[in-house]
Structure formats: C-alpha cells, structure tokens
Ligand binder design. Structure first.
Ligand SMILES: C[S@@+](CC[C@H](N)C(=O)[O-])C[C@H]1O[C@@H](n2cnc3c(N)ncnc32)[C@H](O)[C@@H]1O
Length: 263
C-alpha cells in the first residue's frame, strides 16, 4: 500500500510563494533541479528536441529550463506552474532575456491542464512531480495534450530502494511531498496511460553526488548568505533537509528517476 501524506497544492504554494523557492535557487541554481543545465541537456538530447517543436514544461518554476530550451534548441515552450511568485519571476526573467516571443506561462494545476488535446510535441518535467497529489491523473493529462507520436520526458525524486513509512515521514515533511513514486511505479503508470516506455534510468548515484554538494554548500559556502538573507530558522530547516536526504540517497532508498515515453 502506498503511503500518502495530507500535503496539498496549498502547502506547495506556501513553500514557493514564501522564501522556499529562493532558498532552493540559492542552493540548486536557477534551474531548480539536481544537476542543473547538464541534466536539462541530457533530457533534451534523449528527447531529440528539434527547432520549432512545442514543448509543455509542467511545473516550470522560475522558467530557467524553458529559457535554456528555447535559446539552445529553438523550441517554443509553454510553462505551467501553480505558484504565483514563481510565475511572476519566470515572466520577468523571460522578458529580460528577450525570450517572451518563444515562451508563455500559465497558472494551473498539473492535474488539470488548460490546453486542448493533441497540442504538444513534447511534455517535459524536472523534479517537481513529487509534489503532485495524483500522478496517474497527471500522466493522463500529459497523454491527452500530447500529439499522436509525441514524447514525454521527465525526471523526478523517487523511491529507489526499501524504505519504511517511519523513514519516509521526515523526508516528506521536509519537502511537503504527498508521496513519491517508485522507479517501477512510474513505468507502470506510463504504460497504464497509453505510453510506450522508451527509456527508464535510476540516477540515484548522480542524485547522491548532488546532495553531497548541497550538504557542503549549505554548511560552508552558503551558510553566511542563508543566515543573513533567510534567517536561522531557515538555515536549520535547510541543514536538516540536506542531512536527511543525503543519508537516504547514500542508502539508495531515494533518488532520481529519468523516464522517456512515447504516445
Ligand atoms: C522544484 S520546483 C520545479 C523546478 C523546475 N522544474 C526546474 O527544473 O527549474 C517545483 C515547482 O512545482 C510547482 N508545482 C508543484 N505542484 C504543482 C502542481 N500540482 N501544479 C502545478 N505546479 C506545481 C511549484 O509551484 C514549483 O514552482
């Protein structure tokens, strides 16, 4: 039985409308996912992105991956996010980068996409769907808005080993996650919703290396910045978070999954 906690979209909005989003940016970079632009290029290349394609980034946050994809691969991007502060910053930064002719943002829930069926060549997601309360519904929506033959590519924080409810509790609480999918679970969900699974990779080793870096950054380089700009309570929060996630990743209980599917 899946262990599900009572975190909702409101809890996610509280994190990203508050200092959480900027704290994440300070630690992970403007592309708020482990591995930064390199992992974005890895996903883009696996998907074979081509100039002129229309990509939907579900949970686009500050829009940094969208800008990367538009400027480097010549794709048009629609970004969807549920948090106003993230959307506002994404819009400002996209305008400043003069990419607003290629990228448009929409305020919406990932589980109820404001697009007609068969609109996109590619559905894209990076390390955010762990917040979504019903990932089956999300993949149903992804399938609906993809053109026939379209591709889905995403990474996410997942369960990659044996882990108890007691161990999951503090991890979920630190992130306001309702639940994480497993490596096998995502592949089953893709198939159940009509996708062919083209590739699935357990990238826990890379995820663990990133957490080793985040642990050092929070406790050494970034400590004065976090203390000064975010305060001691948020420093303690970040310190606890990187400590417990680093440990669970080293034990190969949690990590990053990478998935490519075709409609
Ligand atoms: C870790 S950030 C995403 C990072 C982004 N994909 C990137 O790589 O830069 C998580 C984002 O997901 C958004 N989010 C979480 N749950 C959502 C949902 N159900 N619908 C839409 N956006 C959601 C949050 O508002 C937040 O901006």
């Amino acid at each position: 039985m899946k262990y599900i906690k009572d975190y909702t979209i409101k809890d996610v909005q509280d994190v990203y409308d508050g200092p959480g989003g900027l704290l994440w940016e300070a630690v992970m970079g403007e592309q708020i996912h482990s591995g930064g632009p390199e992992t974005t290029d890895f996903l883009a290349k696996k998907l074979g992105l081509k100039k002129g394609q229309v990509v939907l980034d579900i949970c686009s946050a500050l829009g940094a991956p969208a800008r990367h994809l538009a400027s480097k691969y010549g794709v048009m991007v629609k970004g969807v996010d549920a948090t106003k502060t993230m959307l506002q910053k994404a819009i400002e930064r996209t305008k400043a980068a003069k990419l607003d002719n290629m990228i448009e943002y929409f305020e919406a829930n990932a589980m109820d996409l404001p697009f007609k069926k068969e609109t996109f060549d590619v559905v894209w997601g990076q390390e955010a769907w762990c917040y979504v309360t019903d990932k089956n519904r999300l993949l149903q929506e992804a399938y609906r808005v993809l053109k026939p033959g379209g591709m889905i590519g995403f990474t996410d924080w997942i369960i990659t080993g044996k882990i108890t409810q007691v161990e999951l509790d503090p991890l979920y609480d630190s992130m306001a996650f309702p639940y994480m999918e497993t490596f096998e679970g995502y592949q089953e969900l893709l198939k159940k919703n009509g996708f062919k699974v083209v590739e699935a990779l357990d990238q826990t080793d890379e995820f663990t290396k990133c957490f080793d870096q985040y642990y050092d950054m929070v406790h050494v380089q970034l400590k004065p910045n976090i203390m000064q700009n975010f305060g001691k309570d948020l420093f303690d929060f970040a310190s606890n978070l990187v400590t417990i996630w680093q440990k669970a990743a080293h034990e190969h209980k949690v990590g990053r999954g990478f998935f490519i599917g075709k409609k």
